[in-house]
Design a protein around this ligand. Structure first.
Ligand SMILES: Cc1ncc(COP(=O)(O)O)c(C=O)c1O
Length: 458
C-alpha cells in the first residue's frame, strides 16, 4: 500500500505504509475499527505474552494509578516494587537476586553495560570498558545497546556515533561463517566461534574488556536460533578466565517464552546479569530491567557507598510495576510456562508439516513458543531470495490480509541475506487457536509461492 501524502500528525514507523487502526483486543485476537480480526501470532513484538483484554491486569493498573501513579525511586519505594522484585529474583538462578527496573529492553541493556563498567572500575580495574557482543544479535536501539548488538541494518546509518565495542560471530550453525558442518564443533569440542572469542579478548587485552553480551536464543536477527548445547558453558569459562562479566539478554526469551522461566535454563549456566523486558508485564505497560548478581551488589556496597551511578525518571514506575506483578501472578496461577512448552511442541509439529509442503521452507526451529521459520530460494546449495524482494515482509502482508500477524525478519544467513519469520503467539494460546493460525499461514504461504513463481520463475 503506497501512502502518497500524509495528512495526519503521526510520525509513522514507515511513511509509505497505511496501518490498520486497532480498536480493541481479546485473547489472541486484535480487532481493527472495521471489525476485521487478526490473530496476534507474534504477540506484537513478542511482548503481549498473555494476549489482549485481560481485565485483571487492567484493574491492577487502574488501582495503582488511582493510589499513586508516580513516585521517584530516588526518594520513595512502593510495596509492589518489593513484591515484584522478590518474584523475579526468585525465578532467577541462585546468586542473582537484585532487580533493577527500566521501561524498555534497550534501557535494560544500557543499564547492564554501565553496571558492568562500574563494577570493574570499583574493583580497581580502570581499563575494563569494552563490551563484546555478537553479529546478528539485537540488544536495542539506544547507542550503548546498538553498539553492543550486531544488527548490521540498524547499526549502519549510525556507524559514526557508535561506541567502539567489539563483536564475534554468532553460533549460526546452519550458515556457519567458518564453514563447519552443523554438529561438528560439538562433536570435537572445538567451537570456532568460541575460539575466536578468546582470540579477540587476547587481541584487545582482557584488561580492557568489561562484559560479553548475548541472547541465549537469538530472536529477531536469526529467527529463534539456539546455540549448540554446551556453547554457553564454554563462553562462561572464558569469561571467568579473563574476569569478564556475562550479560544474558532475556528481553525476548524471559518469562516463559521458550517453555522455561528464562532461556538460560536450557543451557545450565548462570550469568552475572540477566536483562529482561517485554513479557514481564505481558505488554500491558512499559516495563523491563535487569537482575544483578550478589557479587556485583556486594561490590557496589563495598566500593561505591551502595550507589549505582545511573537511573531513569521512570525506573520502577508504579503503574508498570503493578502491571508486571499482575501479569506474573497470572503466569504462576495459570501455569503459563508449561502451556508454552506443551503448545510450543504442538505448534512446532504443525509448522514442520508445512515445511513438508513448501520446499522453500528451509528450516523450522525454536523452543517453546518462540519458533523461527527460515525461507530459502534453494536449500542445496543454500541460496537466499533476492534481498530486495523482502519476502518475509511480503508474507506478513499476505497473512495480515488473511487475518494473522507474524514477525518478519531478514539477514539470517550473513546479516543481510536470508529471510525468516517468527511465530510467537501469546503463551496461553490453545490447540484450536493454533490450528486456526496454521490454516491462515498455509494459505499465505500458498499465495506467496504463487507470486514468487511468477517473479522468479521457480
Ligand atoms: C533480545 C532483545 N533485546 C533488547 C531489545 C530492545 O528492547 P526494547 O525495544 O524494549 O527497547 C529487544 C527488542 O526487540 C530484543 O529482542
Amino acid at each position: 500500500m503506497e501512502r502518497i501524502l500524509t495528512t495526519d500528525y503521526v510520525f509513522h514507523r514507515d511513511f509509505t505504509k497505511e496501518y490498520p487502526i486497532i480498536s480493541y483486543g481479546k485473547g489472541i485476537y486484535l480487532y481493527d475499527k472495521n471489525g476485521k480480526s487478526y490473530i496476534d501470532a507474534c504477540s506484537g513484538a513478542v511482548a503481549a505474552n498473555l494476549g489482549h483484554g485481560i481485565e485483571e491486569i487492567a484493574q491492577a493498573i487502574a488501582d495503582q494509578a488511582k493510589k499513586a501513579a508516580f513516585v521517584h525511586t530516588m526518594r520513595f519505594e512502593t510495596d509492589i516494587l518489593h513484591l515484584l522484585s522478590e518474584k523475579i529474583g526468585k525465578l532467577a538462578p541462585e546468586g542473582l537476586n537484585r532487580v533493577y527496573f527500566t521501561t524498555g529492553g534497550s534501557e535494560a541493556n544500557e543499564s547492564a553495560i554501565k553496571l558492568a563498567r562500574q563494577y570493574h572500575k570499583d574493583s580497581g580495574k580502570e581499563g575494563k570498558h569494552v563490551v563484546i557482543g555478537r553479529w546478528q544479535s539485537y540488544h536495542g536501539n539506544t547507542f550503548g545497546s546498538l553498539s553492543a548488538g550486531g544488527d548490521i541494518k540498524r547499526r549502519q546509518p549510525y556507524t559514526p556515533n557508535l561506541l567502539p565495542f567489539q563483536h564475534i560471530y554468532s553460533p549460526n550453525c546452519r550458515h556457519c561463517p567458518y564453514n563447519r558442518e552443523k554438529g561438528d564443533c560439538e562433536q570435537h569440542r572445538d567451537w570456532s566461534c568460541v575460539q575466536d572469542f578468546e582470540r579477540l579478548i587476547l587481541q584487545i587485552g582482557p584488561e580492557n574488556i568489561s562484559a560479553f553480551i548475548a541472547e541465549p536464543i537469538t530472536g529477531s536477527q536469526l529467527g529463534a536460533v539456539a546455540p549448540p548445547q554446551d556453547y554457553f558453558k564454554e563462553i562462561r569459562e572464558i569469561c571467568d578466565r579473563y574476569d569478564i562479566l556475562l550479560i544474558l539478554d532475556e528481553v525476548m526469551t524471559g518469562f516463559g517464552r521458550t517453555g522455561k522461566h528464562f532461556a538460560l535454563e536450557h543451557f545450565g549456566i548462570t550469568p552475572d546479569i540477566i536483562t529482561f523486558g517485554k513479557g514481564v508485564s505481558a505488554g500491558y505497560a512499559p516495563l523491563a530491567g535487569m537482575i544483578a548478581s550478589d557479587k556485583i551488589i556486594d561490590s557496589l556496597i563495598q566500593h561505591s557507598q551502595g550507589k549505582f551511578i545511573h537511573g531513569y525518571t521512570y525506573s520502577g514506575h508504579p503503574v508498570s510495576v503493578a502491571a508486571g506483578l499482575s501479569a506474573l501472578r497470572i503466569y504462576e496461577r495459570e501455569n503459563i510456562v508449561e502451556n508454552a512448552k506443551v503448545m510450543g511442541s504442538y505448534l512446532l509439529h504443525k509448522l514442520l508439516e508445512l515445511k513438508e509442503k513448501y520446499p522453500f521452507i528451509a528450516d523450522v526451529r525454536g523452543e517453546g513458543l518462540l519458533i523461527g521459520i527460515e525461507l530459502l530460494k534453494s536449500i542445496q546449495p543454500s541460496a537466499a531470495f533476492p534481498v530486495n524482494y523482502k519476502i518475509s515482509e511480503r508474507l506478513n502482508e499476505l497473512a495480515m490480509e488473511l487475518g494473522a500477524v507474524i514477525y518478519p525478519g531478514s539477514g539470517s544467513i550473513d546479516g543481510v541475506a536470508g529471510d525468516h519469520f517468527i511465530i510467537s503467539p501469546p503463551l496461553n494460546i490453545s490447540k484450536d487457536e493454533i490450528d486456526e493460525l496454521i490454516i491462515i499461514l498455509d494459505h499465505s504461504l500458498k499465495l506467496l509461492i504463487q507470486e514468487l513463481k511468477e517473479a522468479l520463475a521457480l
